[in-house]
Design a protein around this ligand. Structure first.
Ligand code: PGA
Length: 244
């Protein structure tokens, strides 16, 4: 695992976007695994700007969304489908058929099976992920399932995760945060050829420390990233503040 510490969120986001651009410039039909949430907002802004400047071409790219809440309609402000549509897909020449979002509104198990089939023939070149306050990756909260071979699974969200979503302002109260989600599995994330993980903020400092310097355990889901051969962790100084 390579750890890079940037002076500020903005610089971290630009560098992560540049790394995605480098992958696409080397392989225009690359497959991307894409996170949502507060952290990647800056990365998406940079990717869209790079597209507008003609520095990056998304017209042959395939994308897979990491996760989505069970039961949440696309019209809800916290919907990850809405997030990706507004901030990314609608601004690009990304063919809609190549944008594989997660729709957990009606039958989440059928959706896992549907996506699982598609992703098996589209190995991810670069997964762009974050780490939660509880050290989750995607929505694999502790204790995460490190063994399942299912590409996508239905998961229970723990209290720390649900608190984080409320704290970031995506939901007005804790009761509004769904109890379940669909998540790309840990093993599927690890199959990505390269992983770019961006983590800002003091509130993530303990999770970062445990993930980088602690033992590999499903109680700290992101600790499994220590095993990946091509994994870069991008931090800002507060997120890195507890690292030795
Ligand atoms: P974020 O967290 O919402 O702060 O980006 C990322 C994550 O929880 O995986």
């Amino acid at each position: 695992m390579e750890v890079c510490i940037f002076r500020a969120y903005e610089e971290m986001s630009r560098a992560a976007a540049q790394e995605v651009a480098d992958v696409l410039n080397a392989k225009p039909n690359a497959v991307l695994g894409m996170a949502t949430g507060s952290t990647p907002l800056g990365v998406y802004q940079h990717l869209v700007k790079m597209h507008e400047r003609g520095e990056i071409d998304f017209s042959h790219v395939t994308t897979f969304n990491l996760d989505e809440y069970v039961g949440l309609p696309i019209t809800h402000p916290a919907s990850f489908r809405l997030y990706l549509w507004h901030r990314f897909v609608s601004k690009l020449p990304l063919p809609l058929a190549n944008f594989h979002y997660v729709n957990a509104e009606k039958d989440p198990h059928a959706e896992c099976a549907r996506l699982g089939k598609i992703i098996q023939s589209h190995p991810i070149d670069v997964a762009f992920i974050g780490i939660g306050e509880n050290a989750h990756i995607a929505f694999n909260d502790p204790p995460a399932d490190f063994d399942t071979e299912e590409p996508y699974l239905v998961v229970q969200l723990d209290d720390a995760c649900r608190q984080q979503q409320m704290g970031e302002g995506w939901f007005p109260t804790l009761n509004d945060v769904p109890q379940q989600a669909i998540s790309m599995s840990v093993r599927q994330i690890l199959k990505s050829k390269s992983i770019i993980c961006t983590v800002p903020d003091q509130r993530k400092a303990q999770a970062v420390k445990d993930s980088v310097q602690g033992p590999i355990t499903n109680k700290t889901p992101a600790s499994i990233l220590q095993r990946h051969q091509d994994m870069t962790l991008y931090l800002d100084p507060p997120a890195a503040s507890l690292l030795k």
